[in-house]
Design a protein around this ligand. Structure first.
Ligand code: NAD
Ligand code: FE2
Length: 434
């Protein structure tokens, strides 16, 4: 159990945390229940979003058979871009508007689920594209009402997009990753079937597992919810509330499951490893959906957004990209060494949960133990060696800092204040680790 002494009171700080629980069904074979679940949600004509590669997997056949058996009319859209851009969100939205659907199914990873959320949104409430996008890039206007039902069926296990009201994309004209955030775009139901993960490339499993770890560890070490200014209206309490007793429990267990299953789950997985990793992904999603991430994710948007010529093994994409989980984990060892002083015990607990040898360690050793353990696991699973491993050098530090420092929501959720110079130092320390 993480330490409760973390939640000290501050004048003006919040005393309340809210609990948002997504509706999830989990287990081998649950995808076969899709048709009946869609029917229960009142769907008759369904838009099924996927991407080219997932469209060739058995999961699509299972999903379509299940929808057909219940007599639902279904059209497949398999044009989703991997690591989507605004172009992909707009194309999906046009398909959604033209098809006169009354419900949505997404079958794929975060790219597919996010594109489906955005397409549901813009087809229900059409407006200028930037209206719903996060400020300051967009206008962040509230979503006007309920969307059509959406059942998310992940075929990866890292993003937990099925649990969140977040849709992330690359805005091409600004070379920036940003997103749309609203509880209204959260899927109505998630069907988590570990059997869908069998066909994942090992590097995608590695990137996903580190994304799960990062969601959980950043939420566990986020500033306590009691140190965030209390909102002037309950409706304005943010989704990123900071660490709280509910998210703590989910996050520590998620880290423990990743620590136990990561190496085998990447190199030669059994179904039990994939089941555990998918369950960990769900727990971490519940955790970060209520607490929020901080620096590694904030920095990752710059790492992904400025990528020019990195083409990783395993991803089917025609454009250069740093996959999300990799863009996050390359920053993490440097960050956790830096943030450890702000909440030493939590860093030590995370190091222990991730499988580090903590016997005989002092509380002040947590940050280094955690960073060393991460570097070991990165090497074992073939993750690139820091920022240099994905094509950056010291000449990019200024641009990376400029981009990442704009991620105010995430930076403010760190357990300690971070100056611009400190962020640049963090990028410098992330250049290479071995
Ligand atoms: N909405 C959120 O809360 C949230 C959180 C984190 C990340 N994201 C976003 O999610 C995206 C990344 O998602 P992801 O990591 O799930 O990967 P992805 O959806 O980008 O897919 C990665 C690759 O795996 C392939 N693939 C997916 N499932 C497969 C399967 N079962 N078998 C074989 N190949 C398969 C895809 O075709 C693709 O080539 C990024 O855009 C990221 O920014 C969203
Ligand atoms: Fe993530």
């Amino acid at each position: 159990m993480p330490d409760q002494s973390y939640f000290t009171r501050k004048p003006g700080g919040d005393r309340v945390f809210s609990v948002e629980a997504p509706k999830i069904k989990f287990g081998n074979g649950v995808l076969k229940e899709l048709g009946q679940d869609a029917e229960t949600l009142g769907m008759k004509r369904v838009a099924l979003f996927t991407d080219h590669r997932v469209a060739q997997q058995e999961s699509l056949t299972i999903a379509l058979d299940s929808l057909k058996k219940t007599g639902l009319d279904c059209e497949v859209y398999d044009e989703v871009e991997v690591e989507p851009t605004d172009r992909s969100f707009k194309a999906g939205s046009s398909f959604a508007s033209e098809g006169k659907f009354d419900g949505f199914v997404s079958l794929g990873g975060g790219s597919v689920m996010d594109t489906c959320k955005a397409s549901n949104l813009y087809s229900c409430y059409p407006t200028d594209f930037l209206d719903y996008v996060n400020a300051p890039i967009g206008r962040a206007i509230p979503v006007p009402g309920r969307l059509k039902p959406h059942i998310a069926c992940p075929t990866t296990f890292g993003t937990a997009s099925e649990c969140t009201g977040i849709a992330i994309f690359d805005l091409l004209e600004m070379e920036a990753k940003t997103g749309i955030v609203s509880p209204r775009i959260r899927p109505e139901l998630g069907l988590l079937d570990p059997l869908s993960l069998n066909t994942l490339h090992p590097m995608i499993r590695a990137a996903n597992a580190f994304d799960v770890f990062s969601h959980a560890c950043e939420s566990l070490t986020a500033r306590p919810f009691t140190h965030r200014q209390a909102p002037d209206h309950p409706a304005r309490r943010p989704l990123s509330q900071g660490a709280n007793p509910y998210s703590d429990i989910a996050c520590l267990e998620a880290i423990r499951l990743v620590g136990k299953n990561l190496i085998q789950g990447v190199l030669e997985p059994h179904n039990e490893n994939l089941e555990s990793l998918m369950f960990a992904g769900m727990l971490a999603g519940i955790g970060f959906g209520n607490a929020g991430c901080h620096l590694p994710h904030g920095m990752s948007y710059a790492v992904a957004g400025l990528c020019k010529d990195y083409h990783p093994d395993g991803w089917s994409s025609d454009h250069a990209l740093v996959p999300h989980g990799i863009s996050v984990i390359v920053n993490s060892p440097a960050v956790f060494r830096f943030t450890a002083d702000a909440c030493q015990e939590r860093h030590l607990q995370a190091a222990w949960a991730m499988g580090a040898e903590t016997r005989g360690a002092g509380i002040q050793d947590g940050g280094h133990l955690l960073a060393d353990r991460l570097i070991y696991l990165m090497k074992e699973t073939g993750i690139p060696n820091g920022l240099e491993g994905v094509g950056y050098g010291s000449e990019h530090l200024e641009d990376l800092t400029e981009r990442a420092y704009a991620q105010k929501r995430l930076i403010d959720n760190a357990p300690c204040p971070v100056s611009r110079d400190q962020m640049k130092d963090l990028f410098e320390s992330s250049l290479s680790y071995w």
